[in-house]
Design a protein. Structure first.
Length: 290
């Protein structure tokens, strides 16, 4: 056996030993993301976010990027399913995730693909956004959607089991909010706070009723709650809009799933054409910390 091969097999043994020593989560190897040359840097940054968010979600034991890179440097792989399975096998991984960042017309397209090493079974989801920042903002939701669909993963399957919300301890913690909301913190005693992508803060009140979590805006309206509407439209919404509220009827340890009820607006330039109260849309909050 050559020194090069001996060193490689020692590395593989150490990886396997390290993984065995961890708690019994399925093992995931995240492969380097692919992208065109002009998007290479953005692809690398999104890959790092995927690493970070996957760790936060706690559904997998991650193979260290340094271990992955050592294996990749020993063999030349074109990243198809067969090669991905081989890499995953060498890394003692149960699943392999690979991503691709590209463009579709004037929009940006991110595709995530999870492959089950043992069978080659594949699950993939894509997100299309007008800019990289929007892709990054919605990345955790895309990841959770991808992971929850992967079959035969013990922890992932437990996440997909939805249950009623019955006690405050189920929901206290920090969440990534739905569109336009960066962070939500829910505290004991029915209080909370949301931080919008515009930087605005909103005080919240919540109650648990008949298995659902009902969250209501407690702060007076300000124009920054309605970003990115034009300033004159947002200023009028301060007077016209009803308090926002969220009703979550499903909970699965990692996500709150339900609807947002708010005031929608149709406008032309700086003129409001129609105000539509009690507008509903799907809302999902992803837990980021307890």
């Amino acid at each position: 056996m050559t020194k090069r091969n001996a060193a490689l097999w020692i590395l593989l043994f150490n990886i396997s030993l390290s993984i065995f020593a961890q708690k019994a989560l399925p093992v995931l190897a995240i492969l380097p993301f692919t992208a065109s040359s002009e998007l290479a840097h953005a692809g690398q940054q999104i890959e790092k976010l995927v690493q970070s968010y996957t760790t936060q979600l706690g559904l997998f034991r991650l193979v260290a990027p340094s271990d992955r890179d050592k294996i990749l440097s020993e063999w030349e792989f074109s990243l198809n399913i067969s090669a991905s399975q081989k890499i995953g096998d060498l890394l003692s991984a149960d699943f392999v995730l690979q991503g691709n960042l590209g463009t579709l017309g004037s929009n940006y397209l991110l595709t995530l693909e999870v492959i089950k090493v043992k069978t080659g079974e594949k699950i993939s989801f894509s997100s299309i956004e007008p800019d990289i920042d929007s892709l990054s903002a919605n990345l955790k939701s895309l990841l959770l959607k991808t992971y929850m669909q992967q079959a035969d993963t013990t922890k992932a399957n437990s996440v997909s089991v939805q249950k009623a919300i019955t006690k405050e301890t189920d929901i206290i913690g920090t969440w990534q909010g739905d569109k336009g909301i960066e962070i939500v913190r829910l505290f004991p005693g029915g209080y909370g706070q949301a931080i919008f992508t515009s930087g605005a803060k909103m005080e919240l009140r919540y109650k648990i009723e008949n298995g659902s979590l009902i969250i209501v805006q407690a702060s007076p309206n300000i124009d920054r709650y309605y970003h990115p509407l034009p300033y004159k439209i947002a200023s009028q919404m301060v007077k016209l809009a009803q308090p926002m509220r969220w009703i979550f009827s499903e909970y699965n340890n990692t996500a709150l799933i339900g609807k947002k009820v708010s005031t929608a607006v149709r406008y032309d330039g700086e003129k409001i054409i129609e105000i539509i109260h009690e507008t509903e849309r799907t809302a999902e909050w992803i837990r980021t910390a307890n």
